[in-house]
Design a protein around this ligand. Structure first.
Ligand code: NAD
Ligand code: TYD
Length: 355
């Protein structure tokens, strides 16, 4: 089996759902269920014994030790993090705790577990650390996309905490030989994305008749990847990635925020027109820019394509249409996220059945 951290969040939940759709290998899911952890994302697995939920904190060394001893996973896939840049600006402490101390705890627990494994299990063990392209900082308009060799220059408390965690993961490979792999991925989008992030926020604000807040001039560029493609990349790295290696993962879909918001508005104009027949783009509102806002991210994903044969399957136009349709078709999920009722999901649907 594998141990996943942060599996009730956006990408972790998509990863577990996709994993159990393509294989039967059980997943232990260690998640603290912060505001970003939503067990409704995993509702399809509520009665599936291949998914074992453990509510707990990655900083809790005794808990992590106990899970490794009890389940003896062949791999640990680490998603758990504080992930929202704007929150990191208002309250960086939680980011240092989870993203830095949490990774340290997991690496140390994994090292102790791995060191004591018999030779073949030891050779097969993997610690996969999921990270972000934001660690590289901001790209000039004409600069080449981020390759794995790009120097680190994180600009936000979020990206600085992720950069720190990448350095720890790298050092645990180089110093102790722990078989670590790292992926640095561009902005994800797709089902179960928490609506504090740009794409779901714009879809849901548009439908609610609220302003669509675009920071500053809206010409900041992000490289968007459909979440299932990210999950497939991680599966490839687990299967064939080399310990000590970093793989950059991206969709090759660079786009200014304003163009992205206009694309979503145009899709909604077709799929669910406003009652007054006016375009949703009327709701776009420029607001104050984010402090320290990175201007451009773009990923050079040629290494993972060349070495592991991974390529994104979704184009941006197919992925964004799927995503908008998903939000239109999942009214209950949206309503529970907006009302906060998703936080009661565990007691209602899992009862005491989880660890
Ligand atoms: P998310 O915020 O949606 O989910 C994070 C999950 O981690 C939640 O379920 C939360 O409950 C859990 N968690 C938080 N602190 C914890 C702790 N101390 N112990 C245990 N669980 C804890 O995040 P996401 O967008 O799914 O991102 C997952 C990972 O992917 C993160 O490491 C993030 O840095 C990375 N990443 C995200 C993106 C993106 O576009 N969202 C892009 C590249 C990389
Ligand atoms: P976000 O989804 O927060 O991801 P990240 O900051 O990790 O890239 O934001 C994506 C881009 O959209 C980023 O440039 C900030 C911008 N943005 C807005 O313009 N308005 C918003 O309300 C939000 C949440 C983000």
């Amino acid at each position: 089996m594998i141990l996943v951290t942060g599996g009730a969040g956006f990408i972790g939940a998509n990863f577990i759902l996709d994993w159990l759709a393509v294989c039967d290998e059980p997943v232990v899911n260690l998640d603290k269920l912060t505001y970003a952890g939503n067990l409704e994302n995993l509702a399809a697995l509520a009665h599936d014994n291949r998914h074992i939920l453990v509510e707990g904190d990655i900083v809790d060394r005794a808990l992590v030790d106990a899970l490794l001893a009890r389940h003896r996973p062949r791999a640990l896939v680490h998603f758990a993090a504080e992930s929202h840049v704007d929150r990191s600006i208002h309250g960086p402490g939680a980011f240092i705790r989870t993203n830095v101390e949490g990774v340290f705890t997991l690496l140390e627990a994994a090292r102790a577990h791995w060191s004591a494994l018999p030779r073949t299990e030891k050779a097969a063990f993997r610690f996969h650390h999921v990270s972000t392209d934001e660690v590289y900082g901001s790209l000039a308009p004409e600069a080449a996309p981020f390759a794995e060799t790009h120097p680190y220059a994180p600009n936000s408390p979020y990206s600085a905490s992720k950069a720190a965690s990448d350095h720890l993961a790298r050092a645990w490979f180089h110093t102790y030989g722990l078989p670590v792999t790292i992926s640095n991925c561009s902005n994800n989008y797709g089902p179960f994305h928490f609506p504090e992030k740009l794409i779901p926020l714009v879809i849901l604000n548009a439908l609610a008749g609220k302003p669509l807040p675009v920071y500053g001039d809206g010409l900041q560029v992000r490289d968007w990847l459909y979440v299932s493609d990210h999950c497939a990349a991680i599966r490839r790295i687990l299967a064939a990635g080399a310990p000590g290696e970093t793989y950059n993962v991206g969709g090759g879909n660079e786009m200014p925020n304003l163009a992205l918001v206009r694309t979503i508005c145009a899709l909604l104009d077709t799929l669910k027109p406003r009652a007054d027949g006016q375009p949703y783009a009327r709701q776009i509102t420029h607001v104050a820019d984010r402090p320290g806002h990175d201007r451009r991210y773009a990923i050079d994903a040629r290494k993972i394509e060349r070495e592991l044969g991974w390529k994104p399957r979704e184009t941006f136009s197919s992925g964004i249409e799927k995503t908008v349709r998903w939000y239109l078709e999942h009214e209950a999920w949206v309503a529970h996220v907006q009302s906060g009722a998703y936080r009661e999901w565990m007691t209602r649907h899992y009862g005491d059945a989880h660890d």
